[in-house]
Design a protein around this ligand. Structure first.
Ligand SMILES: Nc1ncnc2c1ncn2[C@@H]1O[C@H](COP(=O)(O)OP(=O)(O)O)[C@@H](O)[C@H]1O
Ligand SMILES: Nc1ccn([C@H]2C[C@H](O)[C@@H](COP(=O)(O)OP(=O)(O)O)O2)c(=O)n1
Length: 699
């Protein structure tokens, strides 16, 4: 995940490779609730790990479920429909898949155990309507109070008595999640009730409940009727499918009437595998259609056997020209028609994945129209408005209606800072606008603001994307920071890289590790050919900022002054420098690089977008190095450090190959009196001034 204010995507080219997607959010949260309501232990394999599932897990813990997580397995010990917790406040973030079903389940439970529960979320959650569910629950006899605006969370559930003689009626034309919520919760009311015993052993109704409080001993049929035309039917199919796996065989008459049979009780199936998220697959299906030119983009974890409605996004992508090969549990996607073919599509059956089509439409051969998408307006944000606004920033012509969007193709993209509205799908969809595969168009980058919003369903989305796309190396941004020893290059490079989500190259560590390996192999500091052979033969791995030599972490060893001194000596040899050239260039990877050393701007990355030459007075640098060593418990003398540092400066500056000197176009930064954070901010400001994004766009 990139927990940074913005992530810049350079122009992207071909895509190929395999992605393994995280588990489905819809399936994960439904399974969690069902497992929590069942008796006994349910093991969920490959459960999605995201904000929304964490919210649901926390709620289940709050109800008294035991949760154990180990590797790919999550074990949930359910409360058998009877949580002992009678009062609790649940904070559910912006997770609609937690808010709706938990509201229904806790409503029924509160009528049965006299419990008092409140459910709240982030401000956006309090703007997302839940009135249709509240109306249905009130008609059912539950005391539901809207604590803010009527028809919206936060809610208080305060018992009541269930009136089950007439069918429960719920609207189905705004969101199918209300029906899902009732289907998941009402088996609690259909099953046989064990009587509650008074202290004297007599059968008592729970406090606050009026008869009939428990229903007949054998249970009763619970009938749900849908008012209006039910939307997003595939999500109801998922709900029914998962209920069946927990032993609840709902009888369905068309899409209007659903009967939960008398005596129903949640029975854990033991272990359940969570299939990958079909909505998340849509970004990689689109990727294949846009950029799967030579080899396919292979998507594992979801395929033709999926129970998720969004798998039908495949048909939409095919209609736009994608070539898709579907296996039961995997998909392979390549570009077919190019440009893509414009479509006009009723997207009621794929509301979430359809957002991806709106961005694909930029690459089509005419205007594309997506209809029947009114539900977009009540999602994480008003997605029709948000999509129209952001596509227009890219330069596209967009028509927006109450329940449709029309997008015209774009010949030349504008660099844009894309707002994501705390909506994971906005971030993931709009990342596809970074592809520049249209003939004659100048490639431009895309800035995604608040990229961490993808954590809602796909925390590693961008890392996965970068794993399967290629970019022209010249398009991958590089910032170089050169300067003398102890000027703070490494510290500054790390700070800048962290702020931008970029990789780092500590080139000095490569000279240091060569020096260390040479010492071990007893190759002398003046044996140029021998040293170059050592450099070429290094077996290195990099784990974050740690350097692994021959399988051993040598990061700390590399900082020894003796190793540093030898590094300075051996770095004068042209053959050694040449031997390390390709290794250094290889660090230029998506989404960008901050490289520090002596010749980053002059020799290794002469085309870098920003070159900084960092200096500080010898006194300040000696002081810093002294502090650094003392803090690590390494004894050091300030005078000898300064003498050593000046000798090293002289050697680094005066060597004939790649001497230490500012590149002609480098910006000088003397940080003798400038703190670390201020130095980082200065470099970021210089960097942003060189980028084509509108600086006022929220970062
Ligand atoms: N701007 C600064 N002000 C004060 N101390 C700094 C500053 N930048 C870095 N330092 C400190 O100086 C020491 C040397 O920094 P380092 O990044 O290792 O230098 P280099 O990579 O140039 O050898 C570290 O202890 C670091 O925390
Ligand atoms: N790009 C580079 C990086 C380092 N070197 C050499 C010169 C330095 O004295 C050594 C060690 O570099 P390093 O950056 O780790 O050293 P300091 O932390 O600045 O003391 O390697 C180089 O010649 N070219």
């Amino acid at each position: 995940m990139y927990p940074i204010p913005y992530l810049d995507l350079p122009p992207l080219g071909a895509a190929a490779g395999t992605v393994r997607l995280p588990g489905s959010k819809s399936i994960s949260n439904r399974l969690l609730l069902l497992a929590g309501l069942s008796a006994g232990v349910t093991t969920l394999v490959d459960l999605l790990d995201s904000d929304d599932t964490r919210v649901m897990l926390d709620a289940l813990r709050g109800l008294g479920c035991r949760i154990e997580q180990q590797g790919r397995h999550t074990r949930i010990t359910g409360v058998a429909g009877k949580p002992a917790v009678l009062e609790a406040d649940f904070f559910l973030g912006n997770a609609g898949t937690a808010m709706r079903p938990l509201t229904a389940a806790l409503a029924v439970i509160s009528t049965q155990n006299g419990g008092r529960y409140t459910l709240s979320g982030v401000p956006r959650m309090h703007e997302r309507p839940i009135g249709d569910l509240v109306d249905a629950l009130r008609a059912l006899g539950v005391a539901v109070e809207c604590l803010g605006n009527e028809g919206y969370p936060p809610l208080r559930l305060a018992g009541g008595s269930l009136l089950l003689d007439a069918p429960v009626r719920v609207r189905g034309d705004v969101s199918s999640q209300f029906l899902t919520a009732l289907l998941l919760a009402l088996p609690l009311a259909a099953g046989p009730r064990a009587p509650t015993l008074g202290t004297d052993g007599s059968s008592l109704p729970p406090e606050g409940a009026s008869p009939p409080w428990g229903g007949p001993a054998a249970g009763r049929d619970v009938v749900i009727e849908v008012i209006g035309e039910l939307i997003s039917k595939p999500y109801i199919e998922i709900t029914l499918n998962l209920l069946a796996r927990f032993g609840i065989a709902v009888r369905r008459e068309g899409w209007q009437r659903f009967t939960i049979p008398a005596g129903s009780a949640y029975v854990t199936p033991g272990e359940v595998h969570v299939e990958a998220d079909a909505s998340s697959a849509s970004y990689f299906i689109a990727l294949g259609a846009l950029a799967g030119v030579d080899a396919p983009v292979r998507i594992e974890g979801v395929g033709a056997a999926s129970i998720q409605g969004d798998i039908r996004f495949v048909e939409a992508a095919q209609a736009m020209g994608a070539r898709v090969m579907a296996e039961p549990n995997a998909l392979e996607v390549r570009r077919g028609a190019w440009p893509l073919k414009a479509i006009e599509l009723d997207c009621n059956h794929i509301p979430d994945a359809a957002m991806t089509l709106a961005v694909m439409a930029l690459y089509a051969d005419g205007p594309s129209t997506l209809t029947n998408i009114a539900s977009w307006r009540v999602k994480e944000t008003d997605r029709i408005a948000a999509m129209a606004t952001e596509l227009r920033k890219l330069g596209a012509q967009v028509e927006e209606g109450a329940d449709h969007i029309r997008v015209w193709p774009l010949a030349q993209f504008k660099p844009a800072a894309i707002h994501t509205y705390d909506d994971h799908r906005m971030a993931m969809c709009l990342s596809l606008a970074a592809f520049h595969t249209l003939k004659g168009a100048a490639p431009v980058p895309v800035r995604i603001l608040d990229p961490k919003c993808v954590a809602k369903t796909y925390p590693d989305y961008f890392e996965t994307l970068f794993g399967v796309v290629a970019a022209d190396a010249a398009q991958i941004p590089v910032i170089t920071i050169d300067g003398p020893t102890a000027s703070g290059k490494g510290t500054l490079a790390a700070g800048v890289a962290q702020a931008l989500g970029y990789h780092t190259l500590d080139s000095g560590s490569l000279y240091r590790v060569t020096a260390l390996a040479a010492r071990r192999a007893q190759v002398a500091a003046d044996d140029e050919a021998g040293l170059a052979a050592v450099a070429r033969g290094l077996h290195l791995q990099f784990e974050g900022t740690n350097v692994i030599l021959d399988g051993v972490d040598v990061t700390e060893r590399l900082r020894d002054e003796a190793v540093g001194a030898m590094a300075s000596q051996i770095s004068v040899w042209p053959q050694v420098r040449a031997a390390l050239f390709d290794l250094q260039c290889g660090f230029r990877q998506l989404p960008g690089l901050v490289a520090d050393g002596r010749d980053m701007g002059t020799v290794i990355f002469p085309q870098a977008g920003l070159k900084v030459f960092l200096t500080a007075t010898p006194a300040a640098r000696a002081e810093r190095r002294h502090k650094q060593l003392i803090s690590k418990g390494i004894p050091a003398s300030l005078d000898s450090l300064r003498a050593d540092l000046e000798a090293r400066d002289a050697r680094d500056k005066n060597r004939s190959t790649a001497p230490l000197k500012p590149a002609q176009d480098a910006l000088l930064l003397d940080n003798s009196l400038l703190g670390i954070e201020a130095s980082v901010q200065q470099v970021i400001a210089w960097w942003n001034a060189r980028l084509p994004f509108d600086g006022s766009a929220g970062c």
